[in-house]
Structures are given as structure tokens and as C-alpha cells.
Design a binder for this molecule. Structure first.
Ligand SMILES: Nc1nc2c(c(=O)[nH]1)N[C@H]1C(S)=C(S)[C@@H](COP(=O)(O)OP(=O)(O)OC[C@H]3O[C@@H](n4cnc5c(N)ncnc54)[C@H](O)[C@@H]3O)O[C@H]1N2
Ligand code: MOO
Ligand SMILES: [Mg+2]
Length: 430
């Protein structure tokens, strides 16, 4: 264990003199090191939640043929111009066209084809009449369809290319693939989808107080809740978490673990030990090689101690040990890094506008990111700040739909005031 007496005396002054960066500046410092990963092809059904590595253009028109949108008869509109209540026009039904079939002949004046929803409209026909609007009779083995009103051309026909023409852009590179995208890719005949490789993100916690989840509580100890939380957050952001466990507050041990992780994974996340305490080894470790430190203080709360360094080209993001600060630090810094690595078109949490559901009086010299619950009432979005949003608090993380951004100059805010919120992934809990 690190001895407080000889705890990095050379760095002792730096430890307290940290210059705080604005959040956007810190994010910008990370970006050059969040290199785009290679791509791989995955089966279409496995592509949900992955980021598209290449844009998709329509290889053919969609629909690829003129399609009937009703069960009925394909006819020539001009044949029905004289039709009326007292003048039934009778057309000879020359064939039946089920879905998937192609007519064997063209429709000519005086003829019609029975057609099903989704079937290709036969050549010559320019309109479809619904079955219910017709009558039929059979005479000498020949079926006739009777029509009592004039029809417009183009009715109940979905034209070839209505949705897409050949070469139309369909999905941009960087799109997060969802069910609708999968439907389109299937319709366009893309069995294997080029997606970005998922970043492998190593997670380890530091803290001599940490117990595993299945261990009984012991005096002064707590269970390591940040590691499983971070793993879930990494998955949510499209990364592949690699759990490296928890280590004691031992600088030597942390140094070798961090080094090993930096050599083996795309990104390394740690939690704990980044403040100025005697055993805050991650802070010490990053300060050892000041050249590769990107930042160690951010003008935000919680998460002001979030620290980042780059070693051998790989990013180390040392998040706070305080659960609330660890969560917010992940959302603002680790999430975009994991997104950038996958070429995400929208790597940041989306910004929404809401009304404060209750007053917020806390004023800070740093921007606050306040955990809050969202509720929609009469079409208006309200954000209710968590009653306790200290960075050390765990339980309110689970009740949060968003983070309200409270800039330092906002003063005391009243219920109903407009605020910007960062929407967290998932459904609004209501
Ligand atoms: N003198 C000062 N003290 C502190 C400052 C400061 O500026 N001056 N900053 C405070 C702020 S702000 C924060 S945030 C915390 C940051 O603490 P660390 O990142 O160094 O984290 P630890 O000291 O390791 O732990 C803090 C807290 O979190 C608990 N913890 C740690 N790891 C986990 C885990 N994996 N799962 C759940 N809980 C965890 C730990 O037991 C402590 O209670 O520092 C303030 N202090
Ligand atoms: O860095 Mo601490 O999380 O501001 O509370
Ligand atoms: Mg500490």
C-alpha cells in the first residue's frame, strides 16, 4: 500500500494545482485519440445496435415493380368511362394474378385480370378496382367483372420506385442500426452488414474498501458498484466491456495493470482514486508522466476530478470513484469516445429543452449536471431534479432519465424555467 509519507513528493504541488477545463474543451482533447476502428461484416439479424461502416444506396428501385395495393381487378381506366349506376360495364377476366406471380399477357381494351394485394400489376392495366366495388358473372365458362362507376388511372397501384429509386442514399455511414434499418436492408438484399468493430473497453476499479457483489458487508467496506455500472454503460454505448476487477490502492499494482490494459484494449476506464487523497493512486499515476495527460480537472459537478491521459496512443479515462460522478463522467467523456471509435453520427447524448418541474436553488462555480426524472404533462416536458444529487449518491442514478445542465451563471431557478437537458438512453420512466 502507498505510504502517505513518500507519496509522490515531486508531484505534490501539481496535485492541488489543477486547471479546470470546460466540458467541450475536454471532449475535444479526447477526440484525436478516439480513432475509428476497422469494420467487419455481421449477419443482418445481428446488426441491431451496431454502427454502419459504409453508406447504403438503393441497388434497385423499391418497390421494384408496380404493385397492387388491393385485392380486386386490374383494368384499363378508359374502359370504365361510360360506367354508371344504370350502365354496368362488363370486362372479360382473362387471368388471375396471385402475389409473387407475373401476368402471362397484357391487359387490352375490354379485358381485366383478377389481382391480389402485393401482386405485380399486368402490363396494359393502369388502375385497380377493389373487389367489393365490383360484381361478377360467368357466361359460357368465361368470367366477367361488372363495374358501375368510372375509374381514375393509377388508383390502388403503388408505382415502381415510389419509396426509392436506384442509387438513392438510404442509410448514412455512422447510423446506429435499428429495426427500421434492418427492414430496409433486408428489402434491398443486404444479408451481411458492414459495421464498425465494437471497442474493447477495459474496466477496473481501485479502492482497498471494495468488496465483490457477492461478498458480505464488512466494517468500513462497500461493494464495488461502479464496475458493473460501467460495464452496463459500455454495452449501452456499443462497446464490449472487459472486466479487470478491483485492485487495492497500490500505485505499483495500478501501474502494471493500467499498462497491461493499455496494451491490450481499445480504451481503458478506471474508477476511483483521482482526487487528492493520500491513496488516490490514479491521480498520482497520471501525474507521473505529465506529457501524456490530457486533463485532470473539469469545470463540472459531479465529475470535476475526471482525468484523462494517452499512453502508446491508447486513452486512459480515470473516472471518479464517487458513483454519481463516475456515471456523469462516463456519459460526458467515455460515451462519445466509444461512439467516435465506431464512427457514430451522434456520439453525444441528445440535448432536449424542458421546463424545470421544481425549483433548483443550488448555485455552483462549475456547470452542474443534475440527475433528473422526465415527465410529459399536457404535451410539455418537465425535468424534476433528484432530491439528492450529490456525487457520492448511488440510488438516484436509477431514477434518472436525463441530466439537467445548470450553467454557473444561471442563478436560482424556479419551477417552470426553461432548461437544457441531456437525455439519457432508454425510455422515460414517467
Ligand atoms: N480534499 C479534497 N477532497 C476531495 C476533493 C477535493 O477536491 N479535495 N474532491 C471530491 C470530489 S469532487 C470527488 S468526486 C471525490 C473523488 O474521489 P476519487 O475519484 O478520488 O475516488 P475515491 O477516493 O476512490 O472514492 C470516492 C468515494 O467513492 C467510493 N467508491 C470508490 N470506488 C467505488 C466503486 N468501484 N464502487 C462504488 N463506490 C466506490 C469510495 O468508497 C468513496 O466513498 O473526492 C472528493 N474529495
Ligand atoms: O468531482 Mo466531484 O464529482 O465534483 O463531486
Ligand atoms: Mg479519493
Amino acid at each position: 500500500m502507498t505510504n502517505p509519507e513518500n507519496n509522490n513528493k515531486e508531484y505534490i504541488n501539481d496535485k492541488f494545482q489543477r486547471s479546470a477545463l470546460q466540458v467541450a474543451e475536454a471532449q475535444a482533447r479526447l477526440k484525436p485519440y478516439a480513432a475509428l476502428l476497422t469494420h467487419e461484416e455481421v449477419p443482418l439479424t445481428c446488426s441491431s445496435g451496431r454502427y454502419l461502416a459504409q453508406p447504403v444506396y438503393a441497388p434497385h428501385p423499391f418497390p421494384a415493380f408496380d404493385r397492387s395495393s388491393m385485392d380486386g381487378f386490374a383494368v384499363i381506366a378508359a374502359d370504365t368511362s361510360a360506367a354508371g349506376e344504370l350502365n354496368t360495364v362488363w370486362l372479360e377476366v382473362v387471368e388471375v394474378i396471385p402475389c409473387g406471380a407475373v401476368a402471362s399477357r397484357e391487359i387490352t381494351r375490354g379485358t381485366a385480370a383478377r389481382i391480389m394485394t402485393g401482386a405485380q400489376v399486368p402490363g396494359g392495366a393502369d388502375t385497380v378496382i377493389m373487389l367489393e366495388a365490383t360484381e361478377s358473372r360467368i357466361e359460357d365458362g368465361v368470367t366477367y367483372v361488372g363495374i358501375r362507376r368510372p375509374l381514375e388511372a393509377g388508383k390502388h397501384i403503388t408505382p415502381c420506385g415510389l419509396e426509392l429509386s436506384t442509387g438513392d442514399p438510404v442509410l448514412p455511414e455512422g447510423k446506429l442500426i435499428g429495426a427500421g434499418d434492418i427492414a430496409v436492408l433486408a428489402a434491398l438484399g443486404v444479408p451481411d452488414v458492414p459495421v464498425r468493430r465494437r471497442p474493447k473497453v477495459a474496466v477496473f476499479a481501485t479502492g482497498s474498501e471494495l468488496l465483490e457483489v457477492d461478498e458480505p458487508l464488512a466494517p468500513g467496506k462497500i461493494r464495488n458498484s461502479n464496475s458493473p455500472m460501467l460495464e452496463a454503460l459500455i454495452r449501452e454505448a456499443g462497446g464490449e466491456p472487459v472486466r479487470l476487477g478491483a485492485i487495492m490502492d497500490d500505485l505499483e499494482l495500478a501501474r502494471s495493470r493500467v499498462q497491461m490494459a493499455l496494451e491490450s484494449y481499445d480504451l481503458v476506464l478506471t474508477t476511483g482514486g483521482v482526487s487528492v487523497g493520500d491513496y488516490d493512486i490514479m491521480g498520482d499515476l497520471v501525474r507521473e508522466q505529465t506529457g501524456d495527460m490530457l486533463f485532470n480537472k473539469i469545470a463540472m459537478r459531479p465529475g470535476s476530478v475526471t482525468t484523462a491521459a494517452v499512453r502508446g496512443g491508447t486513452l486512459l479515462l480515470a473516472l471518479s470513484g464517487n458513483p454519481g460522478a463516475c456515471f456523469v463522467g462516463f456519459q460526458l467523456f467515455a460515451r462519445p469516445v466509444i461512439g467516435w471509435m465506431q464512427g457514430a453520427a451522434q456520439p453525444f447524448l441528445p440535448e432536449w429543452t424542458a421546463r424545470l418541474g421544481a425549483e433548483y436553488k443550488r448555485v455552483d462555480r462549475f456547470t452542474r449536471f443534475v440527475r433528473a426524472r422526465l415527465e410529459i404533462r399536457e404535451g410539455v416536458l418537465y425535468a424534476y431534479p433528484a432530491a439528492v444529487d450529490e456525487s457520492s449518491v448511488t440510488v438516484t442514478i436509477k431514477d434518472s432519465d436525463c441530466l439537467i445542465i445548470i450553467p454557473p451563471d444561471s442563478g436560482q431557478l424556479s419551477a417552470g424555467d426553461k432548461v437544457t437537458v441531456l437525455k439519457l438512453p432508454g425510455e422515460i420512466r414517467g
